[in-house]
Design a protein around this ligand. Structure first.
Ligand code: SF4
Length: 142
């Protein structure tokens, strides 16, 4: 599968295939962004990979996937979000999102991003609104 706007140096930073922009907090993942008070993701440049120490610290509070966005390898058919043709997450977000951002985020992942490869700039305009873990911890803990 091709990836638009490829830059070999940047592509090599994540791997040879497309990357999932809503990945788990685990060592080796890219720290894609930080969720701000406005619940929008602020993207991090240059690319930053997390290690065991980051994961350990980030996991001591609220779910790290509520506070950060991570990127890692897209495993396609081995992911439960895979529809058979693409990532179901971004399709669902695009179908349900009432708003989008005017400007494209300055995002390091674009050359190899699964969502961008699949949906183009439309994905980038809703991407800052996506929380990997959107569950309510209070409701979920009872
Ligand atoms: S959808 Fe766009 S903004 Fe979001 S991670 Fe992919 S390239 Fe970056």
């Amino acid at each position: 599968m091709s990836s638009p706007g490829s830059a070999d140096g940047e592509r090599a930073a994540v791997g040879s295939s497309l990357a999932c922009p809503s990945f788990r907090c685990e060592p080796g993942a890219v720290l894609l962004g930080i969720v701000g008070r406005d619940q929008k993701v602020g993207y991090i440049r240059p690319e930053l990979r997390i290690d065991e120490s980051f994961v350990s610290r980030a996991s001591s509070g609220r779910s790290p996937e509520k506070r950060f966005r991570f990127a890692g390898p897209c495993v396609e058919g081995r992911c439960r979000q895979w529809t058979g043709e693409g990532c179901g997450v971004i399709k669902e977000v695009l179908a349900s999102s009432a708003s989008s951002c005017e400007r494209l985020p300055a995002c390091v992942l674009r050359p190899h991003c699964r969502w961008y490869a699949q949906e183009g700039t439309a994905a980038c305009r809703v991407c800052p609104l996506v929380l990997t873990d959107g569950t309510d911890e209070e409701l979920g803990s009872g």
